[in-house]
Design a protein around this ligand. Structure first.
Ligand code: SAM
Length: 271
């Protein structure tokens, strides 16, 4: 049985969708492990200023775009190769007609944006999905497009503790990837840190919080009362979507002691 995005029939789409798009279909707008709390902490340190140029890698449905546009940048550019989030993102951008906005359909590995053209680059819950080579390539692209002293904001899924048993890490990675239907490659705080410093970034701020993406209290904090009510309604009318959400939450809970949200604000030093 097929189901249109707004309808209440459930069918194969819910079984097939990558976890973040499934969550977005169910009404979730915050699709990153550390929630809005992490995003806000990072932006407080990155301090996007009015008149700056901000580039977002993998903006999803535009929840962080709304926060960024609220700081009155001169320009906002969202870079995403996938079409799923674009309609919602464009709706957000339309609320800020005084900002010059652009959506670039491209891989963050090669954005096509000019060298040293951005003051702030942000990417949330997108490097975690990449293989090691692509993680390095995307971080290098952020370094290329940032102006000297520009800030790179990274918010991803973390692994804990630093000396996590490699077999546990491998098992967790496999089970989460299978459940979420997208390769999930979380790294420890030190591993993320190393990726950034090896690309020439200096880390100015680092933050870690629990990976509570689908826990009721975090959902309420991220989506508000109305948003949470919308998700709850969708869970009632869409059993296949509800099943996927609860299966994802179960696997996050199973590995809860080993998962976290990690975030960094790093500055680009140019030689
Ligand atoms: C898990 S969602 C996170 C969305 C949003 N950043 C958030 O935190 O709510 C991952 C996002 O990364 C995008 N993405 C996937 N591969 C990408 C790539 N190679 N370059 C840029 N964005 C990518 C997806 O289309 C999606 O918008």
């Amino acid at each position: 049985m097929s189901r249109d995005r707004k309808g209440s029939r459930s069918g194969p789409e819910e079984k097939r969708l990558q976890g973040h798009w499934l969550l977005a279909t169910m009404g979730k707008t915050v699709l990153r492990p550390g929630g809005l709390e992490m995003t806000e902490a990072l932006l407080e340190h990155a301090r996007p200023l009015p008149g700056e140029t901000v580039v977002e890698f993998g903006p999803g449905v535009g929840r962080t775009a709304r926060l960024l546009l609220g700081t009155s940048p001169a320009r906002y550019i969202g870079v995403d190769p996938n079409p799923e989030g674009a309609p919602a993102l464009r709706k957000v951008l339309a609320d800020f007609p005084h900002v010059s906005t652009r959506v670039v359909t491209a891989d963050a590995k090669s954005t096509g944006l000019p060298d040293e053209s951005a003051d702030v680059v942000i990417g949330e819950a997108m490097l975690t999905m990449m293989n090691p080579r692509d993680k390095v390539a995307i971080i290098a692209e952020a370094a290329r497009i940032l102006k000297p002293g520009g800030r790179y904001v990274v918010h991803e899924m973390g692994l804990a503790p630093e000396d996590i048993d490699p077999d546990t890490a491998a098992e967790l990675q496999k089970e989460i990837s299978r459940t979420v239907k997208v390769g999930a490659r979380p790294s420890t705080m030190d591993q993320w840190r190393a990726l950034l410093t090896e690309a020439g970034f200096s880390i100015r701020f680092a933050h870690q919080n629990p990976m509570n993406l689908l826990e009721p209290r975090r959902v309420l904090a991220d989506e508000g009362l109305l948003g949470t009510a919308r998700i709850a309604k969708n869970m009632i009318v869409n059993p296949a979507g509800r099943h996927r959400m609860l299966t994802m939450r179960a696997v996050f809970r199973k590995y809860g002691e080993h998962l976290c949200g990690v975030g960094f604000v790093a500055t680009a030093s140019k030689g």
